[in-house]
Design a protein around this ligand. Sequence first.
Ligand SMILES: NC(=O)c1ccc[n+]([C@@H]2O[C@H](COP(=O)([O-])OP(=O)(O)OC[C@H]3O[C@@H](n4cnc5c(N)ncnc54)[C@H](OP(=O)(O)O)[C@@H]3O)[C@@H](O)[C@H]2O)c1
Length: 271
Amino acid sequence: MSTQENRPFAVVTGASSGIGFELAKVLAEEGFDLLITAEDAEIDGAQRELNQLTASVECTRLDLSREEEINRLYERIQAAARPVDVLVLNAGIGAGGDFARETELRKELRLIDLNVRSTVHLCKLVVQDMVARDQGRILFTSSIASTMPGAYQAVYNASKSFVQSFALAIRNELKDTDLTVTSLMPGPTETEFFERADMLDTPVGEEEKDDPAEVARQGYEALMAGREKVVGGSFKNKAQTVLGKVVPDSVKAEMHRKMAQPATAGEKEER
Ligand SMILES: NC(=O)c1ccc[n+]([C@@H]2O[C@H](COP(=O)([O-])OP(=O)(O)OC[C@H]3O[C@@H](n4cnc5c(N)ncnc54)[C@H](OP(=O)(O)O)[C@@H]3O)[C@@H](O)[C@H]2O)c1
């Protein structure tokens, strides 16, 4: 019989919906106990659903864009009084639009607080415990956006470039340990992301997207295999990242513009 002593334990941020929920689901299916977190009440529904799959699912509602709430999450982790076998740093938001003429600085700074600051902060706290035990796996939800300048999504892509670089750097620093660090790089995936980023009115917002369950399964397998990174979803995403290695940044920025420019911005240009 499985007991808390022999079941592994995973902490997943941004687990109420989309890729984070699906990652938590795979982990539950694979026998992990979970501590899941998100900001809104939807996390309670996620907890109920995940509870059908694994005996122990704790959840906590926190705004991880706030430093003190990251400290509260770490207190919850410590209160669990068990080692974190897997840390999934997934919570993130987007922000579409024209940086100079349209978007709100307040929202963009909050994006940086969540996507960048909270990722570094929580990683710092948990990885130190992992290093002390010489055991643990960390999965960062990065993005294929990390590989291209994000015209009409400038701050978001920059935040994911940060996450990608950070993940690969600490992976290297930890190469002499038993820890693993993996970057999951999804392409456009069918979640609440585009609506929340105000990007439904863009070609990428309107196009058919990858299944978050498939992306999560790819992320889980890469994590457990200790791989450096995995491009999630369709072959198109993989081709885009391979091609991205030889295409100049200015061309990638122009390609991104075509995907992320709102229809209304196009109208303005035609006038
Ligand atoms: N969808 C894509 O096309 C795509 C592609 C590449 C990478 N990604 C990345 O995948 C990750 C997950 O996004 P998703 O696509 O699955 O979108 P999603 O469905 O909107 O999920 C985002 C998750 O982050 C949580 N979150 C948002 N703001 C938070 C805050 N201030 N504090 C704590 N939690 C917060 C949300 O919880 P609440 O609802 O409670 O706020 C939710 O659980 C993000 O890092 C995103 O950048 C997405």
